[in-house]
Design a protein. Structure first.
Length: 75
């Protein structure tokens, strides 16, 4: 049986980790899309955890997306 040494954690070091970002933050689509695409391609489980989260987008992007939703693929 292998013997693992005890590890002692210094509370000052543990609590000095960077804090989580605010509840909302801004990203460009240029930053966001490659990350989402990669997570989807790699079937990352954490992506499913956020599927019901709301995402704020600009009005013009919303209009383009709604129009695109109704476009039929060409033959």
């Amino acid at each position: 049986m292998s013997h693992r040494p005890l590890r002692i954690f210094d509370e000052r070091v543990t609590n000095s980790r960077p804090k989580s970002p605010a509840a909302s933050c801004s990203l460009t689509l240029r930053q966001l899309l490659p990350l989402i695409a990669r997570a989807r391609r790699e079937h990352r489980a954490w992506l499913r955890d956020f599927l019901n989260d709301e995402v704020r987008i600009t009005g013009d992007l919303y209009e383009v997306l709604m129009a695109f939703e109704h476009v039929r693929p060409s033959a």
